[in-house]
Write a protein that binds this ligand. Structure first.
Ligand code: PHB
Length: 400
């Protein structure tokens, strides 16, 4: 008897770890939920929601995620920092995510570093952001991942010998300029003008900036403006100034041909080539199922864009970290799980580079065309598994 009791006790002890309690993991989500940026937050929220419904909930088992959402309000950084402070101190969150605009995560990084809260960035794209703290990882993109290869592509494949660059004057815009210029000039092109075109919060009148480009008459005009309603104003000015007819080819990162804005760009967009990690018609990875599920959940007229894809993949990374730790979040273990994390999603395979904690992914060259009275994009080239070129080449703050 005694022997069998001892055996039973040992057996119970042995199974105990597998019966760990159901944990609720608190995830703070900081995004622009009001104002012009609310459209981005909706894309990311829906992407996250769709991952949970399709896979996340089943994978979490008994564990739960409590999303605590806070409004970053604008791209300025101050409101985001207050929100992050409150999420850390008052809500005691296990993880942080979101961050659409670069200044919002740049302002928050010292708090994240101090409190050691693993943070997964779902958009903010200034290349050097992950260098600010070992507790930052990114699943979205870097502006060097678009600008640098597009520089080479423009010189080698699009026949651009000279180019002007127009950019929104804040960190991801400055990155876009430097990245495009380095890629373009390494491939033999020449940047003849670089024009700051206002800040991210308000859509400026682009006419004076773009008139300057029309007068300089370069072969190509590389434009970075943040996603949202800036792009439609750029395309309208491009049409109004007759720049396409004057032979100035408009190119840019995928941000200027965002799926959700495409129909507002007008016919002048036909033939425009951009380089990005996602477009809704991609036939790669899990995108066909993702888009079908999106239409079913949010309606035929709604389309996901690159932000939604990042929300979807980001939630997968969060769920993976929770499942692997059986619901008990340890900051350093979480970062170790994300380092080298890989996943097949709507963009194809995305990996977090263990060296830089930044995303590695296929970059697609997309061309706008019209079909059945609608603007669409088709992928005409793929640059496989691009690591952030800013960190690869140790440029400026990327070397820190
Ligand atoms: C950013 O602020 O980092 C940002 C915002 C919107 C974009 C790209 C980058 O489309």
């Amino acid at each position: 008897m005694a022997t069998s009791k001892a055996w039973m006790a040992a057996a119970l002890f042995a199974v105990a770890p597998a019966m760990a309690a159901a944990e609720t993991v608190k995830v703070g989500v900081v995004m622009t939920y009001s104002g012009g940026g609310a459209q981005f937050a909706q894309q990311i929220d829906r992407g996250m929601e769709l991952y949970m419904a399709r896979e996340g909930e089943a994978r979490l088992g008994e564990h739960e995620i409590e999303l605590i959402k806070r409004d970053a309000r604008n791209p300025g950084g101050d409101a985001a920092k207050v929100a992050v402070q409150e999420l850390i101190v008052r809500e005691d969150v296990d993880l942080l995510t979101g961050f659409i605009f670069s200044p919002n995560i740049i302002a928050s990084a010292p708090l994240i570093e101090q409190a050691k809260v693993p943070t997964l960035i779902l958009n903010a794209a200034t290349a050097w952001i992950p260098n600010l703290s070992p507790y930052l990882a990114r699943v979205s993109m870097s502006m060097w991942q678009t600008g640098f290869p597009m520089g080479g592509y423009a010189a080698e494949k699009l026949g651009c010998e000279t180019a002007a660059v127009g950019y929104t004057d804040y960190p991801p815009g400055k990155d876009s300029l430097e990245a495009f210029q380095m890629g373009f000039e390494q491939a033999g092109g020449q940047v003849v003008d670089a024009i700051p075109m206002g800040g991210p919060a308000e859509v400026p009148d682009f006419t004076p900036f773009m008139q300057r480009v029309r007068d300089a008459a370069p072969d190509c005009f590389y434009v970075f403006v943040p996603a949202g309603n800036h792009a439609a104003a750029v395309f309208k000015t491009y049409a109004d100034l007759g720049m396409r007819d004057a032979g100035v080819r408009l190119i840019g990162p995928g941000d200027i041909t965002q799926d959700t804005q495409l129909q507002g760009l007008g016919d002048v967009a036909i033939g425009v080539v951009t380089l990005g990690q996602y477009q809704a018609d991609l036939d790669v990875g899990t995108n066909p199922e993702f888009v079908a599920a999106w239409h079913e959940a949010y309606g035929e007229d709604s389309t996901p864009d690159f932000m939604a894809a990042a929300g979807y993949d980001g939630m997968a990374a969060i769920v993976d970290a929770i499942v692997e730790q059986d619901g008990e979040i340890d900051p350093d273990r979480t970062m170790a799980i994300w380092a080298g994390w890989s996943h097949e999603g709507p963009r194809g395979t995305v990996t977090i580079d263990p060296e830089t904690r930044d995303v590695v992914q296929d970059m697609k060259v997309n061309e706008v065309y019209a079909e059945d009275g609608r603007l669409k994009m088709r992928t005409i080239d793929v640059i496989p598994q691009v690591k952030d070129p800013c960190k690869e080449q140790k440029v400026g703050r990327c070397a820190e």
